[in-house]
Write a protein that binds this ligand. Sequence first.
Ligand SMILES: [Zn+2]
Length: 138
Amino acid sequence: MSFVDNVINTTKNVAATAGKKTDEAIKISKLKLRSTQLNSDIKNKNEKLGALVYDMAKSGEKDTEAFDALVAEIDAVNTELADIEKQLDSLKGVVACPSCGAKTADDNTFCPKCGAKLPEKPAPEAESDVTVEDNKDE
Ligand SMILES: [Zn+2]
């Protein structure tokens, strides 16, 4: 058996025995990647928004339609980002304190930092109720 075959076999075995862990790790790295993309998306949109505000101030013409559209886009990205953050927390077994924002083990009842009551541990795979629809003005 060549060295390369050996490495491939070893990798396969590790992947097979650590199947669940690997799935979680892949999920986490995908979510982290998405979070990075969304963060740079927000940064771009904020820059666009800044440029738009500058143009409006310079020209004295207000393009409120473009402004509102950008604000709505940023809100949408922020909503998705918050959802990803929650999924990452639940994969890592942590929860954010609703009072101080500290991350703590999700089986704690109270926040070890500020003492606030923590939300009940969510049932696994029951995260379908996070659809927040904004009513858009036509
Ligand atoms: Zn707290």
